[in-house]
Design a binder for this molecule. Structure first.
Ligand SMILES: N=CN[C@@H](CCC(=O)O)C(=O)O
Ligand SMILES: [Zn+2]
Length: 413
């Protein structure tokens, strides 16, 4: 596939640039008035229109992208898209002023989703998750991480992870699976935390490892959920099976979650709506990626993470949706990028880098995804005609994507 007359190619980081820390996020390399050649699903070459080689310009099948930009696909490194039912009843409670913790304590929240998921069949879950994923891809997402964590029994956690494996097999984008049984304590373990942790460690993990169902392990480390010590136990048990941590940290309070995650060599710490100087000091000496989820803050009405401070401290910031039925019923990365600019005061270049290359890094796939470089996978999108790059986050809630290309082929859903 040859694409010509491209207004600009965006995100031309060198292939060996795998993550962007601090000020490096400011720089979004572009090439104006460009052509792009894709072969065998990979980016084969690109250049300026005024120096297009004749053997390329003579290729018969090509798309003209006049006035349009080409971006690397969004890389959404934090989602919970396998769930049985939406939770609009909690929406009304939120509007009345109930907090996330109050709703959970009243029988809503994660346990509500777990109840419903336990009753759903693998096929039903696969069908509904497929619809969500299709929609996300049409909104520009070309790589995704998906968590379990609404099963909370051995059977249902495995059911969720098998659904994720089917999605991996059937969708044309790379998917990473994260095991999140430590998402909430089931009611029967409310007063027996160690009993549930033992179940995770001695029963769930061995079976999941045996079937190779997970790439990562996650814990919701938070007051009322999993303590720092409990998180440490689960992460260490996961490490025995080669599962690296990606941790829900500091969503509602500064809890020591970041510290325990870094001690366990976490790939990422996610949320961080609450943080302090200690959090930043801990992260400064680590490779752990800071994944921010602004649409969760938007929906729950909790503080937005202090992205500017993290960037100032030279940390690698990524952006993801957190798509789930409780705190973020949206998988739209365009909106995440808009919110990052509007509410967290990230510049468009920073937000785009954080939602592409650093998102890929938070799934350990930035060698192949997240930027436009020769030899990388051709997962891209072509915008509608736009006046500038900043127009994409500026025009929040509007759809600026016209064509999605995955593995070098147009994707129509
Ligand atoms: N905080 C924990 N997990 C999800 C919400 C899960 C739910 O409410 O169902 C999150 O990342 O926001
Ligand atoms: Zn989450």
């Amino acid at each position: 596939m040859l694409i010509t007359n491209i207004k600009a190619l965006i995100g031309l980081h060198l292939k060996d640039t795998l993550v962007l820390r601090g000020n490096n996020l400011d720089h979004l390399p572009i090439l104006e008035n460009a052509w792009l050649l894709i072969e065998d699903g990979l980016i084969k070459d690109f250049g300026k229109m005024d120096s297009i080689p004749s053997h390329i310009s003579n290729l018969s099948s090509h798309i003209s992208a006049e006035g349009r930009y080409i971006f690397p696909s969004w890389c959404d490194s934090h989602t919970h898209i396998v769930f049985a039912a939406s939770r609009e009843e909690e929406f009304a409670m939120k509007i009345q002023g109930k907090s996330y913790e109050e709703i959970a304590a009243a029988g809503g929240g994660i346990l509500n989703s777990a109840n419903k998921l336990q009753k759903a069949s693998e096929d039903e879950l696969f069908e509904s998750a497929s619809l969500r994923l299709k929609q996300m891809i049409l909104q520009g997402t070309g790589a995704v991480e998906i968590k379990s964590g609404y099963g909370l029994t051995t059977q249902s956690e495995i059911k969720m992870l098998r659904v994720i494996r089917r999605l991996k097999d059937q969708f044309p984008i790379p998917i990473k699976a994260t095991f999140l049984a430590a998402h909430a304590y089931p009611a029967e373990f409310k007063n027996n935390h160690q009993g549930y942790i033992d179940l995770i460690i001695n029963e769930m993990l061995p079976q999941i490892a045996e079937e190779k169902l997970a790439d990562y392990i996650d814990v919701f480390c938070e007051k009322g959920f999993f303590s720092v010590e409990e998180t440490d136990q689960v992460l260490k048990a996961g490490a025995k099976y080669g599962l690296k941590p990606k941790v829900h940290a500091n969503q509602l309070s500064v809890s020591g979650a970041v510290e325990v995650s870094v001690q366990n060599s976490a790939i990422s710490v996610d949320h961080l709506e609450e943080s302090n100087e200690e959090t930043i000091r801990t992260l400064r000496n680590a490779d752990t990626i800071v994944t921010l989820l602004p649409s969760c803050s938007f929906y729950l009405g909790i503080p937005f993470a202090d992205a500017k401070n993290f960037i100032k401290a030279n940390l690698p910031v990524a952006l993801a949706t957190d798509y789930n039925p409780g705190s973020t019923p949206s998988g739209n990365m365009n909106f995440v990028v808009s919110l990052a600019c509007i509410k967290m005061k990230m510049f468009p270049e920073q937000a785009i880098n954080a939602a592409t290359l650093n998102g890929a890094a938070a799934m350990e796939m930035s060698e192949d995804y997240g930027s436009i470089a020769v030899g990388k996978k051709a997962n891209l999108f072509i915008t509608k005609p736009m006046p500038s790059i900043a127009y994409l986050p500026y025009s929040f809630g509007e759809m600026q994507i016209e064509t999605v290309i995955l593995n070098g082929e147009i994707y129509n859903g």
